[in-house]
Ligand binder design. Structure first.
Ligand SMILES: Cc1cc2nc3c(=O)[nH]c(=O)nc-3n(C[C@H](O)[C@H](O)[C@H](O)COP(=O)(O)OP(=O)(O)OC[C@H]3O[C@@H](n4cnc5c(N)ncnc54)[C@H](O)[C@@H]3O)c2cc1C
Length: 498
C-alpha cells in the first residue's frame, strides 16, 4: 500500500523539491485531487488547488522553467549554471531529436536512437539535483501575472491512466516549444499524410514502407494495386523533402533491388512542389539537385495539392496521384499552444521578442527557437525556422540568464534594474542538404545574394557527413551514427519490420 499512500500524498499537496516523487506522472484520475481547468486570467484566489511546484523562497535557488526539449530548449538547459538556478523542463518528449539526420532513420540508414539524446544527459542536474525536474507533459497555459505555468501529463493513451493537471511556479520562463507542420488547411492531410518532425514519425514511415513492400509481394495483388502501394509521394521540395526523397531513392537502388527483387520495378518516388525545389539555395545548386534526383529515379512534379484522400492526392489542375506512402513536408507554422497565448506576436503568429529575446510587456518571460520571432519594433527580420538559429538563441539566453542570476536578479521580478549587455545577433553560417547517391549541396553564403562558397557533389557530401557527425550532441550518439553508417555501407540497410 506504500505506493497508494505516495500517490495520495502527491495528489493532495505541493511537490517538495527536496523529496523527489516521480509518481506524480502516473497519478490515476480516481486519486486525483483537482481536475478542473485553472482560471488563467483570474486572480490567484480563484485558481483551484493543484499539485505543483510552489514559488521559490528568497533563500532558495531561483527556478527556470523551460517549455520544450528541442534544439533551443536543450541548448539553453545545457548552458544554464545549475549552481545558480534550478531547472524544470516540461515537454511531451524526454529527449532531443537531432533533426538534420532524421530522414536517414526512415529507411534504416541510421537507427532511431542514434538521433535521440535523453535530456538527462544534456543537463545532468535534471536527473540529480533535488530542485531540478523533467516533466513528461505539455504546457496548456501561462499565467504571467502569477508567474505560473499550467501543464497536463502525457499518458500516450495508456489504459487506466488519465492525464494529470499540475502547475509550476517560475522565476524565469523560457518558451521553446517549437512549431508545427503547416497543412494550409488542406483537407485530409492530417488524416492521411505522415509528417517528418519526430522520431515517432520516422518510425511510422519505416513501418509503412516495409509493410507496403511486403503486401505488394503477396500473390493475387493486381499490378495497379502494387504500383499504388509502392508509390511514395513526398509533398514539399524544401531541404527536408529533398533529403527524404534522396534517402528513399538510395534505399530503392541498393536495398529494394537486392532484397525485394520481385517488386523492384513497381516502386517509385514522386516529389511534389508548388515552386522550385530548394528555393533557398543558389540556382546552380538547385539545377544540380534536380538533375541528380531525376537520375536517381525521383519524379519531380510542379503542382499544388488541393485535396488528400486515403489513397490519392488531388492537385489543383485535377491530376490524381495515387500513393501508398505520403510524407508531408511543406514548412512550419505556430502550434495551437502558441496561438492560445495572450502574448505579443509577430505577423506570422510567432511569439514576439525584443533584442534580448524577452517577451515585452510581461516580466521574466523569454522565447527562443521556431516559436519566436523579433517584433517589428526591433527593426530586425523574423529569423528562419532553423536549428542553427534555435541553438544559438539557446546558448545566448543561457549566458544572459546566468549573468542575471550572478548579479542577483534570478528571482521573479528581480531583474528590472540589471544591465542586460549585448543584444542577440544572428549570423547565418550557410545551408547543406544531402540529395542521395553520395551527393550533397553545401552553400556557405550568408544569403542568396551574398558572395561565398557553394559547391555540390561528392566532396559536399563528405563535408555534410563530417559536419553533422561533429554536431551530433554527444560522443555516445556520434559513435552510434558512425557505426550505423559503417554497417549500412557494408551490409546494407536493416529491413526488418519491428
Ligand atoms: C526533418 C527535419 C530536418 C531538419 N534539418 C535541419 C537542418 O539540416 N538544419 C537546420 O538548421 N534546421 C533543420 N531543421 C529545422 C530544425 O530542426 C528546427 O528549426 C529546430 O528543431 C527548432 O528548434 P526548437 O527548439 O525551436 O523546436 P523543436 O526542436 O521542434 O522543439 C520543440 C519542443 O517543444 C516541445 N513542445 C511542443 N509543444 C509543447 C508544449 N505545449 N509544452 C511543452 N513542450 C512542448 C516539443 O515536444 C519539442 O520537444 C530540420 C527540421 C526537420 C523536421
Amino acid at each position: 500500500m506504500t505506493w497508494l499512500r505516495n500517490l495520495i500524498h502527491v495528489g493532495s499537496s505541493s511537490i517538495n523539491p527536496r523529496t523527489r516523487n516521480t509518481s506524480l506522472l502516473f497519478l490515476p484520475t480516481s486519486l486525483k485531487h483537482f481536475t478542473s481547468e485553472p482560471n488563467l486570467q483570474g486572480s490567484s484566489s480563484n485558481i483551484p488547488r493543484y499539485s505543483g511546484l510552489e514559488p521559490t523562497k528568497p533563500d532558495e535557488k531561483p527556478r527556470i522553467v523551460v517549455l520544450g526539449s528541442g534544439w533551443a530548449g536543450c541548448r539553453l538547459m545545457k548552458g544554464i549554471d545549475t549552481n545558480i538556478y534550478d531547472v524544470a523542463c516540461v515537454s511531451p518528449r524526454n529527449h532531443m531529436v537531432f533533426t538534420p539526420l532524421l530522414a536517414s532513420t526512415c529507411v534504416g540508414t541510421l537507427e532511431f536512437r542514434s538521433v535521440a539524446e535523453p535530456i538527462g544527459r544534456i543537463q545532468p542536474a535534471i536527473s540529480r539535483a533535488p530542485g531540478s525536474y523533467f516533466f513528461l507533459a505539455h504546457c496548456k497555459g501561462v499565467d504571467t501575472d502569477n508567474h505560473v505555468v499550467h501543464c497536463k501529463t502525457i499518458t500516450d493513451g495508456a489504459k487506466n491512466l488519465e492525464p494529470l493537471d499540475f502547475k509550476i511556479s517560475y522565476d524565469k520562463l523560457v518558451i521553446a516549444s517549437g512549431a508545427e507542420a503547416s497543412t494550409f488547411g488542406i483537407q485530409g492531410v492530417k488524416e492521411n499524410a505522415i509528417f517528418l518532425r519526430e522520431v515517432s514519425h520516422a518510425q511510422e514511415i519505416r513501418r509503412k514502407l516495409l509493410l507496403n513492400l511486403m503486401l505488394s509481394d503477396v500473390p493475387g495483388v493486381l499490378d495497379e494495386e502494387k504500383k499504388r502501394l509502392l508509390h511514395c509521394v513526398v509533398v514539399g521540395g524544401g531541404p527536408t523533402g529533398v533529403e527524404f526523397s534522396g534517402e528513399l531513392s538510395d534505399f530503392i537502388i541498393r536495398d529494394v533491388h537486392q532484397r525485394y527483387a520481385h517488386v523492384k520495378d513497381y516502386i517509385h518516388v514522386t516529389l511534389i512542389e508548388a515552386n522550385e525545389i530548394l528555393s533557398s539555395f543558389d540556382d546552380s545548386l538547385r539545377i544540380y539537385a534536380t538533375k541528380q534526383l531525376t537520375k536517381s529515379g525521383v519524379r519531380l512534379v510542379r503542382g499544388v495539392v488541393k485535396d488528400v484522400k486515403s489513397h490519392k492526392v488531388i492537385l489543383n489542375d485535377g491530376t490524381e496521384v495515387p500513393y501508398g506512402l505520403l510524407v508531408w513536408s511543406t514548412g512550419v507554422g505556430p502550434s495551437p499552444f502558441i496561438n492560445s497565448l495572450q502574448l505579443p506576436k509577430t505577423q506570422g503568429g510567432r511569439i514576439g521578442v525584443d533584442e534580448w529575446l524577452r517577451v515585452p510587456s510581461v516580466q521574466d518571460v523569454f522565447s527562443i527557437g521556431d516559436c519566436s520571432g523579433f517584433l517589428e519594433s526591433t527593426g530586425k527580420p523574423v529569423l528562419p525556422a532553423l536549428a542553427q538559429v534555435a541553438e544559438r538563441q539557446g546558448k545566448y539566453l543561457a549566458d544572459l540568464l546566468n549573468r542575471i542570476g550572478k548579479a542577483g536578479g534570478g528571482h521573479a521580478n528581480g531583474a528590472r534594474d540589471i544591465e542586460l549587455g549585448d543584444q542577440f545577433v544572428y549570423k547565418h553560417l550557410g545551408s547543406m542538404a544531402s540529395i542521395g547517391r553520395y551527393k550533397a549541396l553545401v552553400d556557405l553564403r550568408q544569403s542568396k545574394e551574398a558572395k561565398g562558397l557553394s559547391l555540390a557533389g561528392f566532396i559536399s557530401w563528405f563535408i555534410w557527413r563530417s559536419a553533422y557527425l561533429t554536431r551530433v550532441v554527444s560522443w555516445r550518439n556520434r559513435f552510434y551514427v558512425a557505426i550505423n553508417w559503417a554497417t549500412t555501407f557494408i551490409f546494407g540497410r536493416d529491413i526488418s519490420r519491428i
